[in-house]
Design a binder for this molecule. Structure first.
Ligand code: ADP
Ligand code: ZN
Length: 522
């Protein structure tokens, strides 16, 4: 009997699941769930969450009910468990009558340890009564973020789980790969009724992936150089638009590299051909929108570059995470510039999401910009966003060469003052002209040469001012106003600086070439 009560977790791990050892984090979670603690475990996709409820289910008495949103996934898991000799079954809309009858018979005979169920089932009072009758002793919730109303995967029936927990009065173990704090709090509130579960956040570090960001200067050249330095290695370049994937793929081919474009607008057969080539060939570069990646299961992707800034820190993490699944060293490069910030902000504001959701999306973008403008170890920043503490990593661009920083309180105040004195109506180029005292036609036309701010920033060059403005955007002190051609507006975050209640340290990395800031073309 695989569920013999005397068996230890290690024994079950090897004898039933066939694994030699626990993955990082699994053992602690397993112990908490066996002990009947309310548990919320956050682990990345592929981290091995299912084991964390399947194994305890075999040690605990009675039945563990697993709520899962995906029928195909449930059926796969049940099949795998049965092959391992574990009495498991699923009640889903895809069941035949015979299948369901067999599940009910096994439950009545007390011969079922794991019962998978779609959330829709919980709407039925008969189902809830049945779960009480069969001796449910644990509720496991897969993809627990489906309870979050502001998430993309919201499933209204997940809201019934909290009620079920109260009714059965049994411990609940929830699992998700979504790590941001708001979603976490929503899960705690809705599934655990506010009773704080033990929260485990494990396995988000991917130490073999080198992290690097660079200011977007000459993006096409920057990406070509990065790709050329890695001949024969499989890589992905993510772009913000379909058109850019095609032009950049062409540019890479012109350099003699083997590259192809991939995006959602392409013919499905063509897309599949690219996927297959990528799996099969050694050194192919795929230049893609985020449409590429979901189904890609290639362990030896050696690098991922972002020609445009991703939309959030979660997307960034997911996209770079496709590199180096085999554990061997992998490299990343993410380019970002003011145009990216404007593009992403406009995308959020123009969307149809409710205001609270938009605010959350801006916050997620801010977290990514904060990471882009970080001045100490990037991995520490990234992991701390996910709630994991760590030491400086020694495998990011900022650990490799710590940036020179300076007290930018004065320049930032001058820039804010230039913005306010011109009624938040102009972009960075014109504001910099005012700060460095350049009498352009536009400056004359608006009478801006007479402003008290005119020429107060002569101690810095244009390129340095551009870096200051970019970092101010990164710190969300200013935002481009999409309704007014990107005119910069101050945010409330800038008030303490303006009032002299706070200072700010910035990086002194000026862009190398002083250039106007035209829309970036690839
Ligand atoms: P998640 O639900 O976190 O995305 P899964 O539970 O599907 O991940 O597990 C991902 C893969 O890792 C599965 O193939 C699973 O069999 C495997 N796995 C889980 N735990 C271990 C372990 N301790 N040792 C080896 N492989 C494991
Ligand atoms: Zn580091």
């Amino acid at each position: 009997d695989t569920a013999a009560p005397a068996a230890s977790p290690e024994q079950i791990l090897s004898e039933v699941f066939g694994f030699a050892r626990f993955r990082p984090g699994q053992r602690e979670i397993v112990d908490a769930v066996i002990a009947g603690r309310d548990t919320l475990a956050i682990m990345p996709t592929g981290g091995g969450k299912s084991l964390c409820y399947q194994l305890p289910a075999l040690i605990r008495p009675g039945v563990t009910v697993v709520i899962s949103p995906l029928i195909a996934l449930m059926r796969d898991q049940v099949r795998a468990l049965r092959e391992a000799g574990v009495p498991a079954g699923a009640l889903t809309s895809a069941n035949s009558q015979d299948e369901s009858d067999a599940v009910f018979d096994a439950l009545d005979a007390g011969q079922m340890k794991l019962l998978y169920m779609a959330p829709e089932r919980l709407a039925s009072a008969a189902t809830r009564a049945m779960l009480a009758r069969i001796g449910t002793t644990l509720i496991a919730v897969d993809e627990a973020h489906c309870v979050s109303q502001w998430g993309h995967d919201f499933r209204p029936d997940y809201l019934r789980i909290g009620e079920l927990r109260r009714m059965l009065d049994v411990p609940l173990a929830a699992f998700t790969a979504t790590a941001d704090e708001e979603t976490r709090e929503e899960i705690v509130a809705r599934l655990f009724g506010g009773n704080r579960p033990r929260i485990f956040l494990r396995g988000f570090d991917r130490p073999n992936i080198h992290l690097a960001f660079a200011a977007k200067d000459r993006p096409r050249r920057q990406i070509l150089d990065f790709a050329r330095a890695r001949p024969g290695q499989a890589g992905i370049v993510y772009c913000g638009t379909r058109a850019r994937t095609e032009s950049l793929a062409r540019a890479l081919c012109d350099e003699g590299l083997s590259a192809c474009a991939y995006h959602g607008g392409m013919d499905p057969d063509l897309r599949r051909a690219v996927e297959e080539r990528f799996q099969r060939e050694d050194g192919l570069i795929v230049v893609a929108t985020i449409a590429f990646g979901m189904g890609i299961d290639k362990p030896d992707i050696r690098w991922v570059a972002h020609a445009d800034l991703p939309k959030s820190i979660e997307s960034y993490y997911q996209e770079i995470g496709r590199a180096g699944r085999d554990g061997a060293p992998a490299e990343t490069l993410t380019l970002f510039g003011p145009e990216d910030v404007a593009f992403r902000r406009t995308q959020i504001d123009a969307g149809l999401a409710p205001p609270e959701r938009k605010m959350a999306d801006h916050a997620r973008l801010n977290a990514l910009l904060g990471l882009a403008e970080a001045i100490t170890c990037r991995r520490q920043h990234l992991l701390s966003y996910f709630g994991e503490e760590s030491a400086p990593c020694g495998n990011c661009d900022l650990c490799d060469s710590p940036p020179e920083t300076f007290d930018a309180t004065e320049p930032v105040r001058k820039a804010l003052s230039a913005i306010l004195r011109t009624n938040e109506s102009f972009g960075a180029g014109h504001l910099i002209d005012i700060l460095i005292g350049r009498e352009t036609d536009k400056v004359r036309q608006h009478g801006h040469a007479t402003l008290p701010t005119f020429g107060v920033g002569r101690d810095l060059g244009r390129a340095e001012w551009q870096a200051v403005f970019r970092q101010m955007m990164g710190h969300d002190l200013i935002r481009p106003d999409p309704a007014r051609h990107g005119a910069l507006r101050m945010t409330d975050n800038a008030l303490p600086l303006l009032r002299g209640q706070a200072g700010i340290t910035l990086r002194r990395d000026s862009l190398k070439r002083a250039r106007k800031t035209p829309a970036v073309r690839m």
